[in-house]
Design a protein around this ligand. Structure first.
Ligand code: ADE
Ligand code: ZN
Length: 338
């Protein structure tokens, strides 16, 4: 590993303390291993090991998603959801100075918990975390690609009918090889018609075509991961020129990308002038946090603290937050000199 671009321990402290805007993080990917073990025991979810150091072990995208699904299966009651939401947010605020987070949740991975109960549990955790740390949060219920288009459409109907105080849009995640984005056209149309914002994970494993589908057919105004853009110069230029925000995540590149640092997809999107920002994605599964990811892209890819501070402003520009609340978050970035 090379030294951080800005050099040394002071730079690490600056990266950790820098107020952060995070647009790409999954609630279920934030569950502390100890909490998961407790919930799995309480709900009879079979465990491969009871060692908190190894319970989230995976080697590739498929085994990663299997861990993610097992984790979600242990989150069953409204109070489980309240607890994991609270823990996720205080960990981000205290450990990484996250001041604003938009967080994905997969309602269809909690099939026995009605959507309104799920949302009520998250809302309680969000308010408790705000009270204790000041972190501001919005939610993005997410379509799980291994589940059916009909389940996705039903999910969106529940989201559209439900409370919208915290819910700002819908997303899509899960296995890129499971369901093509075009099969979720109905779900996305329902969401847009209900006035929800829309984004999608696309191009995480480097395909450009599905990014195009998410933009053109699903109407996405942001893209999550988006590395496949690098395969298509015209699409890349379009995303750059329209200022479409791409939420990158260091974590999944650690097992999906094997090349050198100077052609790392996050470095290349940054160099191409695309508006990007970093999200921790699934910090508990990475055994790290957003501040650790800032350190990794600084040390490994040479992004500077100033680059990352600018990315926080770009993320806030792209955030789905009303103007007044946005201004308050912006003041927190500026007060800290970030
Ligand atoms: N769900 C949680 N993390 C994910 C990732 N990195 N890719 C796709 N789906 C996910
Ligand atoms: Zn993600």
């Amino acid at each position: 590993m090379t030294a951080p671009a800005d050099g040394g321990a002071d730079a690490d402290v600056r990266l950790r303390r820098m107020p952060k805007v995070e647009l790409h993080c999954h609630l279920e990917g934030c569950v502390r291993p100890g909490t998961f073990l407790e919930l799995a025991r309480a709900h009879g979810v079979p465990l491969p090991t009871t060692d908190p150091e190894r319970v989230y072990a995976y080697t590739d995208m498929a085994s990663f998603l299997a861990v993610f699904e097992r984790l979600a299966a242990a989150v069953v009651t409204r109070d489980d959801v309240r607890r994991i939401s609270y823990e996720a947010l205080v960990d981000a605020a205290r450990g990484s100075a996250v001041v604003y987070r938009e967080m994905f949740v997969n309602p269809t991975l909690h099939p026995t918990l009605p959507y309104d109960e799920l949302l009520a549990g998250i809302t309680e955790g969000v308010h408790e975390a705000r009270r204790d740390t000041g972190i501001v949060t919005r939610l993005i219920p997410s379509v799980y690609r291994a589940h059916s288009p009909a389940a996705a459409a039903d999910m969106v109907r529940a989201v559209a009918r439900g409370d919208r105080d915290l819910v700002v849009g819908i997303g899509m995640d899960g296995d890129e090889t499971a369901g093509p984005p075009a099969s979720f056209t109905e779900a996305y149309a329902l969401a847009r018609d209900a006035g929800l914002q829309v984004t999608a994970h696309a191009g995480e494993r480097f395909g450009a075509e599905e990014v195009r589908t998410c933009l053109d057919l699903l109407g996405c105004t942001r893209i999550d991961h988006g590395y496949g853009l690098l395969q298509d110069a015209e699409l890349l230029a379009r995303v750059r020129d329209t200022g479409t925000h791409v939420t990158c995540a260091w974590l999944s590149t650690t097992y999906n990308y094997r090349g050198p640092a100077d052609t790392h997809p996050i470095r290349l999107l940054h160099d191409a002038g695309v508006r990007i920002s970093l999200g921790s994605d699934d910090p508990a599964l990475g055994g790290t946090d957003l501040a650790g990811d800032y350190r990794a892209v600084s040390a490994r890819l040479g992004l500077t603290a100033d680059d990352l501070a600018r990315q926080n402003h770009a993320a806030l520009d792209a955030a789905w937050l009303p103007a007044e609340e946005k201004a308050a978050v912006r003041a927190r970035l500026e007060d800290a000199g970030g």
